[in-house]
Design a protein around this ligand. Sequence first.
Ligand SMILES: *Cc1c(COP(=O)(O)O)cnc(C)c1O
Length: 431
Amino acid sequence: MAAKKSTKKSSSLFLAAKKIIPGGVNSPVRAFSAVGGKPLFIKKASGPTITDADNNTYIDYIGSWGPMIVGHAHPAVTKALAKAAARGTSFGAPTELETTLARMTIDAFPSMDMVRFVSSGTEATMSALRLARAYTGRDKIIKFEGCYHGHGDSLLVKAGSGAATLGIPSSPGVPKTLARNTLNAQYNHIESVEKLFKKNPDSVACVIVEGVPGNMGVVLPKEGFLQALKKVCRKYGALLIMDEVMSGFRLCYGGAQQVFKIDPDITCLGKVIGGGMPVGAFGGKKEIMEQLAPLGPVYQAGTLSGNPLAMTAGIATLKILGRKGVYPRLLKRAKTLTDGITKIAEKAGVECSLTSAGAMFTLFFNAKRPVDYAGACACDLKKFSRYFKRMLEAGVMLPPSQFEANFIGLAHTPEVIGRTLEAVEKCMKRL
Ligand SMILES: *Cc1c(COP(=O)(O)O)cnc(C)c1O
């Protein structure tokens, strides 16, 4: 057995960071709070691996929480970025790159007639909510417990991801008057949505839902759930917003809406479409999108929106993903990995269930497969934490929380997946 990995340098960098950055991190999910221990500070990454400050290299299944689907530092992306940087990093004026990425996005998401770029998924969902509220002239929104849509005020009520991990799904600092307008339903329970609509028939602007929830771990929509959601929105004159920040380009070249045949009014994107640079987008039907300034009265803006470097990384990434045969290959690898993990867990007698959607998956330490937030919360978090630590020691970096998705990318070759499964086999023993 190899000697225990040294993480001295990471520890000292963390100590220095903690003095001047709250918790030492700029996003709470990075802090390893749920699993104990200290976060690793990263020096570089390449293809499927990530290397920390102490020169330990890990097979990476975080993939920057989704964006790095073509692998870290893909030469086509880094070359395009270097060229673009030499031409200037920001102009505050439109470029052709924005129209190019807009065209690629709309082609992949037929439900969108128009799209606007922002700098994060949070901005995309916040702007989509404002637009839905303005368009319908209503204030209330319906979201689902355990879904995460970024950290906008209206959306941080019973939220998933880091908010769930840290036990602060409803953050202090969100004004009560605003939180009152956020109604929470149970995912996969259409009656819970109908009940909210019946109580508030004329005041719900929209329902916002993740394409496939990944922020309470991956949870699949039950057959007909999304269709029923669209129908109930129509009935009450509310818009359906599909937040595909995570699921976009994860299940196919397009979104969950393509897989489940849903035509949302507004779609939010982020993560993959920025290819590792800060990008978000929201788009939808023309008559809705035309409400945005400067065409319409709904204000939304950004100094760095549509930034040329960000657009360049997005275009280069989508070009790779758009090649023939890419998704079948990616999904086949995902299946090899998830089937392998399931088999090993069964053999080792570990109580768990695995849920996957395209190139993302979650191994839940709960024999009963979660279909909603309550199910995800019923997992054995201590067992998850043990598994996480063992996997890290075995050279595999998993997301440091049970309530997150693992991300598989094109750089996870069969050889890399084979090595991952060897680690899984070792770590599942007497877990
Ligand atoms: C990550 C995520 C967001 C937030 O995106 P940021 O770029 O982190 O602001 C919103 N919605 C979903 C579904 C996400 O997974």
